[in-house]
Structures are given as structure tokens and as C-alpha cells.
Write a protein that binds this ligand. Structure first.
Ligand SMILES: Nc1nc2c(ncn2[C@@H]2O[C@H](COP(=O)(O)OP(=O)(O)OP(=O)(O)O)[C@@H](O)[C@H]2O)c(=O)[nH]1
Ligand SMILES: [Mg+2]
Length: 331
């Protein structure tokens, strides 16, 4: 079944089964290996109980919290989940008492300033999770405005995502349609307003323009399945903030459980939007050779229709992959 196969394997198969000359195949496979070697580091932070773990598990699979749980020795409180080339840093936010807050703030600051072996900032994206069921977001604003924003570096606007969780509990569960797993009109208006006021507070406090979205990672009781809302919107949000050459790393690790991606606000065709971002990635590299082209080591600049066709085919594999993943009737 397509959706169960890792995306890189899928693409390799496309290349191997093509009727390109061996030398071209080798170039393409080498290129793909380079992309596969890209690393993506995401920090997920937010107040205790805001839903960091639930969100990580919804996005990337039930067992993630168990993967590589060993704490990073220098940053005792930040948990590192190592999913091959996708690395998640689960970092406690503020609100755990003064002493802990100071230590958490220092851990976050240190991590955000850390550079990799190429002297690039280690953390590609910071996702701050707000508890949408809480009326007091004061500590979250403190975290964003006073701890995170000052150390975000040059491209601040490209590294900060704001996700308001627990949409279902925003009005203590009232106005949430539990059968259809979505807010009614009244709650929707309330949530839209909330997202807008969060945006304003951050803009006023930091000058950074963010685009907060609301969602629900889903509540999970014994025997019950987690049922997220707008998780696919969150993924679309993350992918759109991810550098082109790192996008495959993200999608290669996403949750294979199609139930997770089903319910959304319908404001946009998120499946198509995500899929398009990949097609875009591929066609860009074929026509201009930038970004991914560079990472792939100039193979696209060799030109030739045949190469283009295989890249087209590879992009097709990606499209097929998403079709399979998001369609509950596949297989
Ligand atoms: N109703 C509802 N409950 C949620 C949602 N997301 C998370 N929860 C619940 O909120 C509680 C806290 O969630 P976690 O994912 O553990 O939160 P966390 O941010 O990882 O918490 P810490 O690791 O303790 O900082 C759990 O009982 C979750 O089931 C949601 O979207 N809706
Ligand atoms: Mg947690």
C-alpha cells in the first residue's frame, strides 16, 4: 500500500523503474540521497498541559513520545525526539513556578541560539502551542514576547508559528459539535476572534507578524481514539514555513493514520495545498535549479526531457502518496 511506504522509497522506485540511462538514474538517486540527508529541527513549546505531547503524537504517530526519549544531557528539561532526520524538541514553557520558569527560559534561549556544524541556527521552526481553553494567556505572551522573540535571529517571521490548541474546549465544550467534530458558528466566531487577538498581542509586543491558527489535537481517553480537528491545517501551516529542500523530511514522518487528517474547517483544500507545495518544489528544481537543485548537486542542470519526466513521475508519486494517505477508502 502506497501510504505505508516511506516517501523516499517511493521516489527511488520511480527512478529505478524509469527507462532513463543508468548514469542519469545514479545522478537522481544520489540527489535524492542528499535530500534524505537534510535535517529539520522543530521546537515545540508552550505551557504545561497545552497539548505539546498530544500534538506531536497526532502529527507524527502514537509512538513518537517513546522514540529516543533520553534527555539531552545539557538541556535536562527539553525532550528530544529523534525521528531520523526530523528532530523534535519538546520544551516546557512558562508557568511552572519562578525557579523552573527561569531554567526553562534559559533552556529555550540556549537551544534557539544553538548552531549546527555549518554554523546555521539549529532550530528551523518554533511552534508555540497555546491552550485555547484558557482565558489567561499571559504566560504564553511572556514566553513568546520576552523569551522566544528576542533570540529568533534575522528571519524572525519565518521561524515562529502560533497554534491554538483545544479548540473543542474553548468555551468549556459548549458550542462544539462532538458528532461532527467541529465548532458551531458561534464558537467559530469566538475562535477567529481569539486567533486575531493573539496575533495582535504578539505584533504589539514584538513587531513580528504571525498567523495563528486554531485546532484540536484531540482528547484521548482509554479505549477512545484521538480525533483531531484542523490537524491538516496545522500540517499545511508547518509545511509552508519549511524550507523547500526540507519538506520531504517532514512528510516522510507524518502520522500514517488517516483518521487524524479527516476533520478540518474546509476553508481551503489543505490536501491539495500540501500536495501542490511538493509539486511546486519539484517543478521549481527542474526549471530553475535553485534551492533543491543545489541540494541535489546540480543534477537538474543537466537538463533533458527524460530527467524532467522522472522528476514529474517522482512528483506524481508524492501526489499519489498524499492521495492515499488522506483518503480513507484507499487500500
Ligand atoms: N479536549 C482536549 N483535550 C486535549 C487536547 N489536546 C490535549 N488535550 C489534553 O490535555 C492534557 C494535556 O495534554 P498534553 O499533550 O500532555 O500536554 P503537554 O503540553 O504535553 O503537557 P506537559 O508535557 O505536561 O507540559 C491531556 O489530558 C490531553 O488529553 C485537545 O485538543 N482537546
Ligand atoms: Mg508533554
Amino acid at each position: 500500500m502506497m501510504a505505508n511506504k516511506r516517501i523516499f522509497e517511493e521516489m527511488k522506485e520511480q527512478i529505478i523503474n524509469s527507462n532513463l540511462p543508468e548514469s542519469e538514474k545514479i545522478k537522481l538517486l544520489n540527489g535524492l540521497n542528499h535530500l534524505e540527508g537534510e535535517k529539520m529541527n522543530i521546537m515545540i513549546t508552550g505551557a504545561t498541559g497545552s497539548g505539546k505531547s498530544s500534538t506531536i503524537n497526532a502529527l507524527f504517530g502514537k509512538d513518537v513520545a517513546k522514540v529516543g526519549e533520553g534527555a539531552d544531557p545539557e538541556t535536562m528539561d527539553i525532550k528530544k525526539y529523534d525521528l531520523d532526520n526530523l528532530i523534535l524538541w519538546d520544551s516546557p514553557g512558562l508557568g511552572d513556578g519562578k525557579e523552573k520558569d527561569i531554567s526553562h527560559a534559559k533552556n529555550i534561549t540556549d537551544k534557539l541560539l544553538e548552531t549546527d556544524e555549518d554554523s546555521n541556527l539549529l532550530i528551523d521552526l518554533v511552534i508555540v502551542i497555546l491552550d485555547g481553553s484558557s482565558r489567561d494567556l499571559g504566560t504564553s505572551y511572556q514566553l513568546i514576547n520576552n523569551v522566544i522573540a528576542p533570540v529568533l535571529g534575522e528571519n524572525k517571521e519565518k521561524r515562529l508559528l502560533i497554534a491554538i490548541n483545544k479548540a473543542d474546549m474553548a468555551k468549556s465544550g459548549r458550542h462544539w459539535d462532538f458528532t461532527r467534530n467541529k465548532p458551531d458558528e458561534k464558537l467559530k466566531a469566538f475562535l477567529d476572534e481569539k486567533a486575531e487577538s493573539v496575533r495582535k498581542r504578539i505584533k504589539e509586543g514584538t513587531g513580528i507578524e504571525t498567523h495563528p491558527i486554531y485546532y484540536s489535537a484531540g482528547y484521548k481517553e482509554d479505549g477512545e481514539e484521538q480525533r483531531p480537528y484542523n490537524l491538516i491545517k496545522l500540517l499545511d501551516y508547518i509545511v509552508s514555513y519549511t524550507p523547500e529542500k526540507k519538506r520531504l523530511v517532514i512528510t516522510d514522518r507524518m502520522n500514517r493514520d488517516t483518521e487524524m487528517w479527516k476533520d478540518d474547517d474546509g476553508l481551503k483544500d489543505y490536501r491539495k495545498s500540501i500536495t501542490d507545495k511538493f509539486s511546486e518544489t519539484f517543478s521549481n528544481s527542474v526549471s530553475t535549479g535553485v534551492d533543491i537543485g543545489g541540494a541535489i548537486g546540480g543534477i537538474f542542470s543537466s537538463g533533458g526531457e527524460a530527467v524532467g519526466r522522472v522528476i514529474g513521475g517522482a512528483a506524481g508519486a508524492v501526489v499519489g502518496f498524499f492521495g492515499g494517505l488522506f483518503n480513507s477508502f484507499f487500500g
